[in-house]
Design a protein around this ligand. Structure first.
Ligand SMILES: *Cc1c(COP(=O)(O)O)cnc(C)c1O
Length: 425
C-alpha cells in the first residue's frame, strides 16, 4: 500500500514540513486518543444495551402520518434516549428544529408569569438572548418572567457562593451551559455541573435545574442527568445524531417537566402522545447508535488540531492533553490573514463543497464580519467538519466536528499548508 503521507503530498499538495508535523503530533497524541477510545467503547456498549433493553426492531422504523397516534418508533426512541441518558423520560423529535428550540421548550415548559430565571454560568448561548428577553415577540420577558445571571469567575469556574446568593425563593429555574460554546475557557465538567446543582438546590430545593447540553453528549462518562439535572437539551445535528439525523433535537429529564415541554411543542392536552414521524425514526435510531463513535472521531480531530497548533506555537483551548467536555477546539491566530487562511484550508478538507472558498461576510446579529467553513451533508451540522470565526482581535477560530478522524486530520493539515503557502507560517 502507498504510504499515506506520500498520497497526501501528491493529491493534497502537502509539503514535507507539514508531513513531519503530522508524524510528530500523531505520535505525541496517541495515548490521549486511546483514552478517548476507551470512553467511546463504554458509551457504545451502553447504547447497544439501550437498544437491547428497549427491544428496538424493524417495526420501529415505520413512520406515522397525521396525528401520529401510536407511533411505536417514536415512543421507543424516547424510551431509548431516557435510558441511555439515565433520565426518567425524553422527548426526541425531528420537528424540534434546533438546540435553541429545545432549550426554549424547557424554559417555556417550566416557567410561569412572575417566576424568575437565573443563568448561573454567565451569559447563555447567543441564540437564547431573544428567547429570554426580546421585546414584543413573545419572549419570557413578555410573559412576565424576570431574568438574572451569575457570571463565571475570572478563571472560568462557577461562582458557587454567587449562585447560592442569587437563587432566592422566586427563582423557579436555573440555566446551566455545559459547553464553553464560543468563549475562551474550559468547558464545565459534569462533576462541576453537579456542584452547581448542589449549590442551587441548597439555596432553593424547588428551583428546576436546566442544562444546555449541546456539544457535550458522549464526551464524558456521565451526562448531567446523572448529577441531578432536572432537564437537559441538545441538538441532533450535533453529537447525539451521529451525523446521520438530518435534523431534530431532544430533551431528557424528569417526567413531569418533559410532559410540560411537550405541551409547549404541541399544545396543552396534546403532548408526547401525538406527532407524526413520517419515516424519520430509522435515521434517528441509526444516528444515535453511531453517536458515541462519531463523537469520538470529532474529539480525536480536535485533539489533533490542538496538537498541531501547539506545536506551531499558537495558543489553543483546550490544550491537546486537557480533559474535554465538548467537541469544540479554539485556536488563537492573532491576525486576520492566518485566521482566514485556516478557515479556507479547513473547507478544502471537507467532503462537500471543498471547491468553495469561504470569505468573511456581514452576518446579521454580529458586530463584526464572520467567516465560516463548512462542507457538510446536513446544513449547519457541526458534528461535521466545520470552522468559524468572528473576524476581530484576538482572531480566534473555532473548529468542531468531523464524521471521521481522517477527514478532520486532513482538513487541519491542508489548513496548515494553506497558511505556509501564503507565507503566514
Ligand atoms: C449549538 C448550541 C446551542 C444552540 O443550538 P442550535 O441548534 O444552534 O440552535 C445552544 N447552546 C450551545 C452551547 C450550543 O453549542
Amino acid at each position: 500500500m502507498m504510504e499515506v503521507g506520500q498520497y497526501l503530498k501528491r493529491e493534497f499538495g502537502l509539503s514535507q514540513r507539514v508531513l513531519d508535523i503530522e508524524r510528530r503530533v500523531t505520535e505525541k497524541i496517541a495515548p490521549r486518543l486511546r483514552e478517548l477510545e476507551a470512553v467511546r467503547e463504554f458509551h457504545q456498549i451502553r447504547v447497544l444495551n439501550g437498544f437491547r433493553k428497549n427491544a428496538i426492531r424493524e417495526q420501529h422504523f415505520l413512520g406515522t402520518t397525521g396525528y401520529g397516534y401510536d407511533d411505536l418508533g417514536r415512543e421507543a426512541i424516547d424510551a431509548l434516549f431516557a435510558d441511555v441518558f439515565g433520565a426518567e423520560d425524553a422527548l426526541v423529535r425531528m420537528n424540534i428544529v434546533s438546540g435553541t428550540h429545545a432549550l426554549s421548550l424547557c424554559l417555556f415548559g417550566v416557567l410561569r408569569p412572575g417566576d424568575k430565571l437565573v443563568s448561573v454560568t454567565g451569559n447563555p448561548y447567543d441564540t437564547l438572548a431573544g428567547v429570554i428577553s426580546a421585546e414584543g415577540q413573545g419572549s419570557l420577558k413578555d410573559f412576565g418572567v424576570s431574568y438574572d445571571k451569575v457570571p463565571l469567575l475570572p478563571d472560568g469556574t462557577p461562582d458557587l457562593d454567587g449562585i447560592r446568593r442569587a437563587i432566592t425563593p422566586e427563582v423557579k429555574a436555573a440555566l446551566i451551559q455545559r459547553s464553553k460554546g464560543y468563549d475562551w475557557r474550559e468547558t464545565l465538567s459534569v462533576a462541576q455541573i453537579g456542584e452547581i446543582i448542589r449549590a442551587v438546590k441548597e439555596a432553593n430545593p424547588q428551583t428546576v435545574c436546566i442544562v444546555d447540553n449541546c456539544y457535550g453528549e458522549f464526551t464524558e462518562e456521565a451526562e448531567p442527568t446523572a448529577v441531578g439535572a432536572d432537564l437537559m437539551a441538545g441538538s441532533l445535528i450535533k453529537n447525539p445524531g451521529g451525523g446521520l439525523a438530518r435534523g431534530g433535537a431532544y430533551l431528557a429529564g424528569k417526567k413531569n417537566y418533559i410532559d410540560l415541554a411537550a405541551y409547549k411543542l404541541n399544545c396543552v392536552g396534546q403532548g408526547k402522545e401525538i406527532g407524526p414521524t413520517f419515516g424519520f425514526n430509522r435515521e434517528i435510531l441509526q444516528g444515535f447508535f453511531m453517536a458515541p463513535h462519531v463523537t469520538c472521531e470529532a474529539l480525536k480531530a480536535a485533539v489533533f488540531c490542538a496538537g498541531v497548533f501547539e506545536e506551531l506555537g499558537y495558543d489553543v483551548c483546550p490544550r491537546w492533553d486537557s480533559q474535554r467536555g465538548d467537541i469544540i477546539q479554539a485556536v488563537r491566530f492573532g491576525n486576520k490573514e492566518a485566521l482566514i487562511a485556516f478557515c479556507q484550508g479547513i473547507q478544502k478538507g471537507a467532503p462537500i463543497d471543498s471547491f468553495v472558498q469561504p470569505e468573511p461576510w456581514d452576518m446579521p446579529g454580529y458586530d463584526c464580519q464572520v467567516i465560516m467553513a463548512a462542507g457538510a451533508f446536513t446544513q449547519g451540522a457541526t458534528t461535521e467538519l466545520s470552522a468559524d470565526a468572528p473576524v476581530k482581535p484576538p482572531y480566534v477560530a473555532y473548529m468542531q466536528g468531523s464524521l471521521t478522524y481522517e477527514c478532520g486530520k486532513t482538513g487541519v493539515l491542508v489548513a496548515v499548508q494553506n497558511m505556509i503557502d501564503q507565507k503566514l507560517l
